[in-house]
Design a protein around this ligand. Structure first.
Ligand code: URA
Length: 222
């Protein structure tokens, strides 16, 4: 019989936001289930990621605009002002990009390709294509499984050196080890996640987790 885990009680970290919504709870259960097929996995991943992004854009700046409704009445309304740049951590972060650009259709997308050398465990960057990061850019990095946090840390260092207005992270499941690594250098980066799981196993998978997100989303597990 599979081992049953209790999710950990963690120290308060106001910058790590565990998004609490009935659809998040339900979709996460489907994602965790080993019997969820690729079509269902994609549907629940897309739904859950939309809800994570809905939270992740909280607090961004708005500008006032005049809008005339079909009743020919003009009101002063608000429009998102910040320029949002989405940076998916390849490959699995791409699975979250569809939901992000659905919500933020004007957002720009940056790519950083990193590969870990199996012998040295050092990340080697093989691709970099980033839109210009400006003083009003809010950069949202997507990484569905914040496991060791090594790749994410490399990305955050690289992007923060270009001085965006703000850096945020959206992740489906986070491991305490990954959050702790990020917090050492980036205590103020907001991390939006659906769950913080127990730990990493000896091959650095999140436990209980949901397996390999990229394989399950892109159908490459079999
Ligand atoms: N990446 C995954 O896809 N799953 C994990 O559990 C850890 C890293």
């Amino acid at each position: 019989m599979a081992k049953k885990y209790q999710l950990p009680k963690l120290k308060k970290d106001p910058q790590t936001i565990v998004v609490d919504h009935p659809f998040v709870t339900d979709s996460l259960t489907h994602l965790r289930d080993q019997f969820t097929d690729v079509a269902k996995f994609r549907r629940h991943s897309d739904q859950l990621c939309r809800l994570l992004f809905a939270e992740a854009i909280r607090g961004l700046d708005f500008i006032d605009v005049d809008v005339t409704t079909p009743l020919e009445v003009t009101i002063e309304a608000k429009k998102l002002k910040d320029e949002v740049i989405i940076v998916p951590v390849l490959r699995s972060g791409l699975a979250m990009l569809f939901a992000a650009i659905d919500f933020l259709p004007k957002s720009k997308v940056g790519f950083v390709g990193l590969e870990r050398d199996e012998k040295t465990a050092i990340a080697h960057e093989y691709y970099y294509k980033m839109p210009k990061i400006r003083a009003n850019s809010v950069v949202i990095v997507t990484d569905p499984m914040l496991a060791t946090g090594g790749t994410l840390l490399h990305l955050l260092r690289k992007i923060s050196s270009q001085k965006p207005k703000e850096l945020r992270v959206v992740s489906v499941i986070s491991a305490p080890e990954g959050i702790a690594l990020i917090r050492k250098e980036f205590p103020h980066v907001k991390i939006f996640t659906a769950a913080i799981d127990e730990c990493l196993n000896d091959v650095k998978y999140i436990v209980p987790g949901l397996g390999d997100y990229g394989d399950r989303y892109f159908g490459t597990s079999v």
